[in-house]
Structure formats: structure tokens, C-alpha cells
Design a protein. Structure first.
Ligand SMILES: Cc1cc2nc3c(=O)[nH]c(=O)nc-3n(C[C@H](O)[C@H](O)[C@H](O)COP(=O)(O)O)c2cc1C
Ligand SMILES: [Fe+2]
Ligand SMILES: [Fe+2]
Length: 398
């Protein structure tokens, strides 16, 4: 995409990444892609806010150069040191060695560690300002969103918040950078939730601290470092962040995530009956095969729903490995205090249930029951499975 002038003198100069398959080497974005948003303010002084990932260096430099002479750049504002926003720095400094780099005190240390940079660094304190001419930037230190050095930058004349990863989403920008009518906002919100749960959720307390710090600030535009620029309805994102951050302490939605996996279809046959029972209770249900669905997509459902029904066979005396991994990822993302139950097939001594119970104990998930059977489930067992699903879902609703 060509640069976009968001407000007089303030430009989006981001890049779409349709190449990377795994964001942070872990989270599947093979279908959605991601954008690295970067911004240029042209005034008596010029400043770039957030940069770009190294793989996009050529396109990024061309875009920046189309608007300003690189050697004339005065400031680079580094809201966050993660390489998806700083990767092009080494190349940029070869062209513009005098540019001043601005970040928090922790950013300054990290710039040495990552890029060996020791000169032209300026650490700013919370609330400090930088005047570019007509535009004044104010810096808000917002630690652990989602690294220790993170901050946000606020442009006062346009009331524009450059929030970096906060309020960001997966998903490339398709022809427009804005949350305007006609843009699939539901899809971007889904991608923002997935981004939140994958990357930000364990820092929900710092999110609340940041929201409190920014509460009295008039914000007309939120310009994050990934995904849409929220100029139409910035309040919507702030409301969503309040809700998502609250889910680490408040009960989640009365709905069920059904996670299952199956080698030969025995557990899967039971899954179909259990699912029927859950829907019989009128409770919303989402089903994921943990061996086929990347964990990035499963975690948002676990994060927002109170019930987790688990279906997995025994494998070498324990729980089927992919299910174990899924539950361990939930633990890694601090998705605690859910209600759960297990069903699954085995052939001799079993052992899946036992390992499941020890895994969910760590998660502080309350186990409401088990339905374990040998080999293929018979008709009577399937009827039992439907009742098992119904009973579980009723407890989730209650
Ligand atoms: C590699 C492998 C390891 C297994 N380990 C155990 C085990 O330790 N204990 C047990 O009771 N059954 C074990 N089983 C048997 C399965 O749990 C059983 O076949 C079950 O019906 C599979 O359910 P599914 O069709 O949903 O995959 C194992 C099966 C395989 C293929
Ligand atoms: Fe980040
Ligand atoms: Fe990022």
C-alpha cells in the first residue's frame, strides 16, 4: 500500500506481511498475515514512530524515502523494542547515523543488547513531551504491554494515541488502514482478540494500569502497530480491552469449548454425542480438534468461555500428547478457574484421565466428571455421553 496521510503531516507508512507463517515463531498467521504499522510526522522536525520488521526493509525504506529524505530524520520513537518494530534500525542508522532514538530507560539498554547501539539515545520519563513544531508528542510509560520497556506516544494536537502492540490485531490491511464502514470489523475484532490472548493476556494487570493511566486522556484516533487504525470508533477498542483484561479475574462467558483428538475415531464418535448434549442445554459450543487446529485459534475460546469439555484417548499410559500440550499452553497463558470434564477411549489400563486430572489441578480447573470407556462406544454409551454433555452444560449455565 502507498503511504496514507491520516492527518495533516501525519502519515501511515506501514507494510503488510503476507509471507510470515508464524508470528513470533509460534502463532499461526498463514491465512491472515499481519501489518507492521509505522508512522511519520513531518513538521519543523521529523519523527518516525515505530519502525518495521527486518524482512520488510526494502519496501519500508522506499516508503519512508518517498516522503522525506532519510538523512534529514530527526527522531525515531521506539515505543517497543521487539524486532517486528525495530528490525530495520540497523539499516536506517547506516543512512541516518545522527538520528536520535527515543524510548524508555529500559529501551536504551535493550538497543545496546540487540543492535550494539550506544549513541544518540534518549530515555524519556513518563509524561515527558517532545515538540516537533505544530505537533507535540507526550510519552506514557506503560510497562509490560507486553515487554518491560514498552511505552505509548500521544500526539496532542490531533489527540492521536500511538499505542504500539496494545489495541493491535493480526490480519493484513486490505486496501484501507481505517475502521470505516464496509471494512470487516468483526473479523478484525476477532483477530484483535486472538492477538490479545496469544500475546497480551498474561499482562492483563499492566493493561488495567495502562487503561487507568490513559483514562482522562481524550483520544480521537488509536494508531496501533498492527492492524486497523481506529479513527471511527476508538472507544470500541478501549471497551474490548477492559472486557478482555477483566476475564483474568471475572467469570468467563457461560459457553463451552470442546477440545478433542482421536487416533481411530472412538473418542471422536463419543465427541459427537457429548456435543449434542451440550447443545441440548442451549449452551453455545465451539469444537476444536487439538491435533489439527493451531493453538493460537483455540486459546481465545478457552479465554472467553467458562466450560472446557475435553475428549482424548489414552496414549502410552497418559493423556494423548496434543491434548497435554493444549492444556499446558492454557496454563502458560494463565487461563485459570474454568470448569471441565473429560471423556475418552482406551484399550487396557487407561491413564489418560489420571494425567488430565493432574494437569487441570495446576490450572485450578474444577473437574465435574469423567466418562471413560474401552474401545468403540456402543449405542448405550453414546446415549450416556449425550447425558454427560447435557449435565455438564447445565452446570456451566447455572
Ligand atoms: C501408540 C498407542 C498407545 C496407546 N497407549 C495406551 C495405553 O497406555 N493404555 C491404554 O489403555 N490404551 C492405550 N492405547 C489404546 C487407545 O487408547 C485405544 O485404541 C483407544 O480406543 C483409541 O481411541 P481413539 O480411537 O479415539 O484414538 C494406545 C494406542 C496407541 C495407538
Ligand atoms: Fe510486541
Ligand atoms: Fe508487535
Amino acid at each position: 500500500m502507498l503511504p496514507v496521510e491520516i492527518k495533516p503531516g501525519i502519515f501511515w507508512i506501514g507494510v503488510n506481511d503476507r509471507i510470515t507463517q508464524l508470528f513470533e515463531g509460534l502463532w499461526d498467521i498463514s491465512k491472515e498475515g499481519v501489518s507492521y504499522n509505522s508512522y511519520l510526522i513531518r513538521d519543523e522536525k521529523t519523527a518516525v514512530i515505530d519502525l518495521n520488521k527486518v524482512i520488510m526493509t526494502g519496501e519500508y525504506m522506499d516508503k519512508l524515502q518517498s516522503l522525506t529524505g532519510l538523512e534529514k530524520l530527526d527522531y525515531v520513537i521506539i515505543n517497543h523494542m521487539e524486532p517486528d518494530h525495530t528490525g530495520v534500525l540497523r539499516t536506517l542508522l547506516k543512512i541516518a547515523p545522527k538520528v536520535q532514538l527515543i524510548g524508555t530507560a529500559k529501551t536504551v539498554g535493550m538497543l545496546q543488547d540487540f543492535y550494539g547501539i550506544t549513541e544518540n539515545l534518549r530515555a524519556v520519563a513518563d509524561g515527558e513531551t517532545l515538540t516537533l513544531g505544530k505537533h507535540t508528542l507526550r510519552f506514557f510509560v506503560t510497562p509490560f504491554l507486553h515487554w518491560p520497556e514498552t511505552m505509548m506516544t500521544y500526539e496532542e494536537s490531533e489527540q492521536m494515541l500511538f499505542s504500539c502492540d496494545a489495541f493491535g490485531s493480526y490480519g493484513v490491511l486490505n486496501g484501507t488502514i481505517f475502521d470505516d464502514a464496509g471494512v470487516p470489523l468483526d473479523w478484525y475484532e476477532e483477530q484483535a482478540l486472538r492477538y490479545y490472548v496469544n500475546i497480551i493476556a498474561i499482562f492483563s494487570k499492566p493493561v488495567n494500569n495502562a487503561l487507568a493511566k490513559l483514562a482522562s486522556l481524550p483520544v480521537r484516533i488509536i494508531a496501533p502497530s498492527h492492524g486497523l487504525i481506529w479513527h471511527n470508533n476508538p472507544g470500541r477498542m478501549i471497551e474490548l480491552y477492559k472486557k478482555w483484561a477483566s476475564l483474568t479475574t471475572e467469570p468467563a462467558d457461560p459457553a463451552v469449548t470442546l477440545l478433542y483428538t482421536s487416533m481411530y475415531g472412538n473418542t471422536e464418535a463419543m465427541m459427537e454425542a457429548v456435543a449434542q448434549g451440550i447443545v441440548d442445554a442451549g449452551v453455545p459450543l465451539t469444537i476444536y480438534n487439538v491435533s489439527q487446529t493451531p493453538i493460537s485459534y483455540i486459546l481465545p475460546s478457552l479465554y472467553t468461555r467458562q466450560g472446557v469439555m475435553v475428549g482424548a484417548p489414552t496414549y502410552e499410559g497418559g493423556l494423548f500428547p496434543d491434548m497435554k500440550t493444549a492444556l499446558e499452553m492454557a496454563e502458560g497463558k494463565h487461563i485459570y478457574n474454568r470448569k471441565t470434564a473429560i471423556f475418552g477411549s482406551h484399550a487396557w489400563l487407561g491413564g489418560g484421565e489420571k494425567e488430565f486430572l493432574s494437569l487441570v489441578e495446576v490450572l485450578k480447573w474444577e473437574s465435574l466428571g469423567s466418562l471413560i470407556f474401552k474401545g468403540a462406544p456402543g449405542y448405550e454409551e453414546l446415549v450416556q455421553g449425550r447425558a454427560f454433555g447435557l449435565e455438564f452444560a447445565r452446570k456451566i449455565k447455572a
